[in-house]
Design a protein around this ligand. Structure first.
Ligand SMILES: NC(=O)CC[C@H](N)C(=O)O
Length: 304
């Protein structure tokens, strides 16, 4: 099948799915994003790029950044990290607090907010400039030096930080937080506020489809085994309490963000990123999910 034609067809069909979700509105900087937008990009291991729609338009990557921060943390801490954060699906919303007290400040997995805060904390312990280090890493992974952090989004997140601050403080009370809460929150929000487009995200995550090695630069970001493990966690928890539905409909490891982006991995073949800002009740892109399901069906991409 002609991949470019398929992406163009999916893009043409996207418009009929607009209006079923709502753009994130917990901060003004995200609430002002126009809802009826769609982009998709595929980056193959051979280095070929296919894209359609607004694949070059940057958006707030939000929780997709949790896959970058986890990569950095696994690289630095290895298996030690798993003493502080679990590997199980949470079954609760990404910003839920309830489990955290029952489970003594150990978040279920690294992709819910509490888990990503622990990951950010672990990076703050090892790095004197954790935000700069993230930016440099993501620029290298994407092969694009112009990637930036949207300060307006990061500052706005910090102004509305109370739920994430509550999680961090609760974990601190259980002894599962090493740094000052504010420092970690600033780093976490900066990661979420990375501004990237579908093409850049598909390229940046290509190491996840290639046993941890960037097919372009040859740089080994993770070992093959660590890459398999990260993909397993993305499959089971990357879409929070909708990870089961994603595995059922799409059948790939994936990570979503409330900016409307979703990246997904077809190990051994390619990475794909879709963007459409309207979200469902789980905080995942409605049209993005539809598009990935169409892609998966058309190319028989489910790992199962
Ligand atoms: N799911 C997401 O993308 C959530 C990220 C958001 N910045 C938050 O911390 O709530």
């Amino acid at each position: 099948m002609d991949l470019q034609q398929l992406l163009d067809d999916i893009c043409a069909g996207a418009a009929s799915h607009y209006g079923q979700g709502r753009v994130a509105d917990y901060i003004p900087a995200l609430a002002s994003v126009a809802p009826a937008q769609f982009g998709i990009a595929i980056h193959t291991l051979e280095g070929d790029l296919y894209s359609s729609g607004q694949a070059q338009k940057r958006f707030s990557i939000q929780s997709i950044s949790k896959a970058f921060s986890l990569t950095m943390a696994i690289h630095r801490h290895g298996d030690e990290l798993w003493q502080r954060v679990g590997k199980e699906p949470s079954g609760t919303a990404f910003n839920s607090l309830v489990q955290l007290e029952f489970e003594k400040g150990i978040p279920r997995n690294p992709f819910i907010n509490a888990g990503a805060l622990v990951v950010a904390d672990s990076l703050c312990s090892r790095l004197s400039a954790p935000v700069h280090a993230m930016l440099e890493t993501v620029r290298l992974m994407a092969g694009t030096a112009s990637i930036t952090i949207d300060r307006k989004v990061a500052d706005s997140e910090y102004e509305h930080r109370y739920r994430n601050a509550a999680m961090a403080n609760l974990m601190k009370s259980f002894g599962n937080f090493e740094n000052e809460v504010d420092r970690v929150l600033r780093a976490y929000f900066s990661y979420c506020a990375l501004s990237m487009n579908c093409v850049e995200l598909a390229r940046a995550f290509s190491f996840l489809a290639a046993d941890g090695r960037c097919p372009q630069s040859g740089r080994q970001w993770l070992t093959k085994r660590q890459t398999q493990q990260l993909n397993a966690l993305l499959l089971t928890s990357g879409l929070y309490d909708a990870a089961g539905d994603f595995a059922y409909r799409v059948g790939m490891p994936g990570k979503s963000g409330v900016g409307g982006g979703i990246m997904a991995v077809v190990p051994g073949r390619f990475t794909v990123c879709v963007w459409a800002p309207e979200l469902n009740e789980y905080g995942n892109s409605v049209v993005g999910l539809w598009a990935l399901e169409e892609l998966s069906k058309a190319l028989d991409l489910s790992l199962f």
